[in-house]
Design a protein around this ligand. Structure first.
Ligand code: G3P
Ligand code: CA
Length: 260
């Protein structure tokens, strides 16, 4: 497994906390990542985007409205895109209160501080570059940040993924030793070419069959399925032979892998 070092000895499948333990804490925050560790995840997933001044921050949506108080803090800056505000501006936002009052003033983390905060915790990282078409050059910036926090480059700790397959081809050129994941469901004609640089195919679980999983394995790649929050579906996907389950509820998957 590309992430074998991050896999618990008892687990047959890697449990990935989607945006952190995001059923129980605000997504893409340090609190959510710490909780993922407490809940027994093997890895945590996050979404990286770029500010106006080209700093790397964690945010799922390309706008800041759903998960921060940006409309109150910066009225008149519609549509409140990540790329239109500077890091200093984004750092004024509260990324926790929308989820629950006790997370008030939880900041939007930078990638760098997340890598530092989560180093030594034993969790692997599934790093998504979100909407790379909006951020030309983001691949090199992510690579530079990873070189600064080089313990993440040890084998088995990190996978970089995106829906942007060309972006992932580019990232692979910059950091050929980092395993690459492709979000989506490549077709028969697409997969052989993609298998030259990618290590994982990571589809929405509804697209999966046992046959598709076997076919990806036959191309020497792994399958991580998302976003799976119920035990019945987890069991079914494990029976298909998936290598990883991406979930907002890592505690469920951890309990399942311990029981099996
Ligand atoms: O890791 C898989 C998943 O994160 C992809 O979808 O929209 O949650 O980033 P999304
Ligand atoms: Ca994601």
């Amino acid at each position: 497994s590309a992430v074998s070092a991050a896999t618990a000895a008892t687990a047959s499948v890697v449990t990935v906390a989607h945006r952190g333990a995001s059923a129980d804490a605000p997504e893409n925050t340090i609190s959510a990542f710490r909780l993922a560790r407490e809940q027994g995840a093997d890895m945590f997933e996050l979404d990286v985007q770029e500010t106006r001044d080209h700093k790397l921050v964690l945010m799922h949506d390309t706008t800041l409205t759903r998960t921060t108080d940006v409309e109150r803090v910066f009225p008149g800056r519609a549509p409140w895109r990540v790329r239109d505000l500077t890091l200093a501006q984004i750092r004024k936002l509260d990324a926790g209160s929308w989820f629950a009052a006790r997370y008030k003033d939880e900041p939007v983390p930078t990638l760098g501080e997340t890598l530092r905060a989560m180093d030594g915790g034993g969790l692997g990282l599934l790093l998504e570059i979100k909407a790379p078409e909006l951020y030309p050059g983001i691949e090199a910036r992510v690579a530079a940040e990873l070189r600064r926090e080089a313990s993440w480059l040890q084998p088995g700790r990190l996978v970089v993924q995106s829906f942007g397959w060309a972006s992932m081809r580019g990232f692979h050129r910059i950091m050929p030793r980092v395993p690459i994941g492709l979000l989506g469901t490549p077709s028969t004609t697409q997969l052989p070419g993609l298998a030259r640089f990618a290590r994982q195919v990571n589809p929405p679980y509804g697209n999966l069959t046992a046959r598709y999983v076997r076919w990806v394995h036959d191309h020497g790649m792994e399958v991580f399925a998302w976003t799976v929050d119920d035990v019945g579906t987890m069991r079914r996907l494990i029976s298909y032979g998936v290598d990883g389950i991406i979930t907002n509820r890592p505690g469920l998957a951890d309990a399942l892998s311990r029981a099996s």
